[in-house]
Design a protein around this ligand. Structure first.
Ligand SMILES: Nc1ncnc2c1ncn2[C@@H]1O[C@H](COP(=O)(O)OP(=O)(O)OP(=O)(O)O)[C@@H](O)[C@H]1O
Ligand SMILES: [Mg+2]
Length: 334
């Protein structure tokens, strides 16, 4: 707008409008022209949507790549670190996925290792059987019965080992827990002690109960019996002649929940400190002084450990300060 003066001296106000699209700055034009404003908003929205979508689809693509890696058997596959750094649900999903992948990898490698150990362990009695069979062919009549006995012994070992191994895998699947029942743990411990004592007395050893609080719990009594029996059997085997295996069952309170605390203690050589945790792994045995393995398969404590964990309890071994092994079992009670 401008004030001008005509030739006659009259004053005029001159008003003019510039074409908005050509001369006005774009920002001003968008502000004034309704269609352009819409177009601007639309464009801004489209760019925003594109960025937002890309922000979601890109990490999901990376998650998918990790999933297909695991699905095709590459258990070492992990999610791209850029996904793990995110602080949103996708980041959480990525971290959870990695944890799951780690679990699967550990499980698969443990199973492979176990299978390798099983094959190795089954081979030893089989190899001895084959040797005995070979010798049997050329044996004198007096030797025949010796070789047949050897074959029988090895067959029994194989049978026991396969039976124990089947128990181990059955517990692992947890299928048995459906048949849980409430039972008297004190009774069960007393029965195991009495059976053990009967066996021990034949070898100049004893099994004594030094304390037996009353405990009832829910679970699989027969499985627990065989778990405790495995520990007691070991103790009887290793305790020195004329010594006792002491058992105590205490009822304790842990964080307000009732717990049964079973201790089985022998007076034998104990277990080297670095092997205290390993003896609960399948086929782990402490080499005997003459360099050989024990007669057992090395599955007893692995079974006991799984049975106890199936009952939400814990088991551990420690050496007594004055010699001998102590096995402690904690079980939740009713
Ligand atoms: N009370 C103990 N004293 C000393 N060593 C023990 C004792 N209990 C277990 N061990 C060691 O731990 C190993 C593992 O025990 P575990 O019961 O699993 O197997 P095992 O007795 O050799 O065989 P299995 O029980 O399968 O017949 C044993 O071989 C032995 O070396
Ligand atoms: Mg054993």
């Amino acid at each position: 707008m401008r004030l001008v003066e005509g030739p006659s001296g009259r004053k005029y106000t001159l008003a003019f409008q510039q074409s908005p699209t050509l001369i006005m700055p774009v920002s001003e034009a968008v502000g004034t022209h309704p269609y352009l404003r819409l177009l601007g908003i639309g464009l801004f929205g489209a760019v925003l949507c594109f960025l937002l979508t890309r922000n979601i689809t890109k990490p999901i693509g990376r998650l998918l790549a990790a999933v297909s890696g695991i699905a095709s058997g590459r258990f070492k596959t992990r999610v791209d670190p850029s996904v793990l750094r995110r602080h949103d649900e996708i980041g959480t999903l990525g971290r959870d996925f990695d944890r799951m992948a780690e679990q699967i990898e550990a499980l698969v490698s443990a199973q492979r290792e176990l299978l390798g150990d099983v094959s190795h362990e089954l081979r030893s009695p089989l190899a001895r059987m084959i040797v005995a069979l070979g010798l049997l062919k050329h044996a004198s009549p007096e030797e025949v019965s010796e070789y047949i006995n050897r074959i029988g012994l090895e067959a029994e070992r194989l049978d026991k080992m396969i039976g124990q191994f089947l128990t181990l895998t059955r517990i692992e699947s947890g299928a048995e827990l459906a048949q849980r029942e409430t039972f008297d743990l004190t009774n069960l411990v007393q029965e195991v002690a009495a059976d053990g004592d009967f066996e021990a007395r034949a070898h100049k050893r004893e099994v004594k109960i030094v304390r037996a609080d009353s405990c009832r719990m829910s679970g699989l009594p027969e499985m627990l019996r065989s778990a405790i029996e495995n520990v007691v059997r070991n103790a009887i085997r290793y305790t020195a002649e004329d010594t006792t295996v002491d058992m105590s069952l205490e009822q304790t309170n842990h964080n307000g929940a009732g717990e049964a605390f079973l201790r089985i203690r022998d007076h034998g050589p104990g277990v080297p400190r670095i092997m205290l945790a390993n003896i609960f792994q399948p086929f782990q045995r402490v080499p005997e002084p003459n360099g050989t393995n024990s007669q057992g398969a090395g599955l007893g404590l692995a079974i006991a450990d799984r049975v106890v964990r199936l009952h939400k309890g814990s088991i551990r071994a420690l050496n007594a300060t004055d010699g001998g092994l102590i096995v402690e079992i904690q079980l939740p009670i009713n």
